[in-house]
Ligand binder design. Structure first.
Ligand code: HEM
Length: 201
């Protein structure tokens, strides 16, 4: 029997996602060396600390713009909460037990929606604090210290979320990556992971 496919992401969605992902990886590599000398080799891969920081600033601008456009394009589905989300949370998405089933979800599951909302907050916070740190002469020492602390805090949280996102989008849930690579998922994938979204297609 022929496999049926359903469209999940437009070419614009996919290009924005991968620019955001590549920019994120570059930001991590060019930023990590600032936290510990042990992480300096990452910066050295990109031309040493001074060049790495220059790359960090301009890649930050690209990340800020593409991530926000992507996240706002998905906003309607990201904010689409109903009573099934409460069930999803009470079962922790069904991830922690073999017997617990995932309740029916729309385009995104509850975890993805929480990730999407937090990603908007974090992108804005990282952008604003990054801008302050980029122009140290224009701000007080206290503002600079707060900005550095918040920049680090938001990076650590969004970094952890993104590691989970990468795991769940690849080996954690086979068939998911195809959507963001080729634009389509199989109907069987949609029935399992996003039945309410499939029903509206
Ligand atoms: C190697 C890195 C990455 C991989 C393999 C990856 C994988 C994926 C996959 C498979 C999807 C589709 C999920 C679905 O259709 O249900 C997706 C969607 C998405 N990605 Fe990524 N991603 C990566 C990096 C990032 C980064 C760095 C961000 C932003 C900080 C990001 C933000 C999103 C968002 C907001 C969505 C839509 C909703 C969601 O699935 O949470 N991704 N990604």
């Amino acid at each position: 029997m022929a496999i049926k496919y359903v469209e999940r992401y437009s070419p614009v969605d996919r290009v924005l996602h991968w620019i955001t992902a590549i920019a994120f990886a570059l930001l991590v590599m060019t930023g990590l060396g600032l936290y510990s000398k042990a992480l300096l080799p990452y910066m050295n891969l990109l031309g040493g600390p001074e060049t790495a920081i220059e790359i960090h600033k301009y890649t930050g601008v690209i990340f800020f713009i593409t991530a926000l456009i992507m996240l706002f394009m998905h906003l309607k589905d990201t904010l689409d909460f109903d009573s099934d989300d409460a069930v999803w949370i009470s079962r922790l998405g069904g991830y922690l037990s073999r017997d617990s089933e995932e309740p029916p979800m729309g385009k995104y599951n509850t975890g993805q929606k929480i990730y999407g909302i937090f990603a908007i907050v974090a992108t804005i916070a990282l952008g604003v604090t990054g801008w302050v740190l980029w122009h140290p002469d224009d701000y007080s020492i206290a503002t600079l210290q707060w900005s550095l602390a918040l920049h680090s805090l938001f990076f650590v949280i969004i970094g952890c979320f993104t590691l989970v996102h990468i795991y769940l989008g690849t080996i954690g849930n086979p068939g998911t990556l195809a959507g963001i690579l080729y634009g389509e998922v199989t109907e069987a994938w949609a029935k399992k992971h996003a039945p309410k979204w499939l029903a509206k297609k």
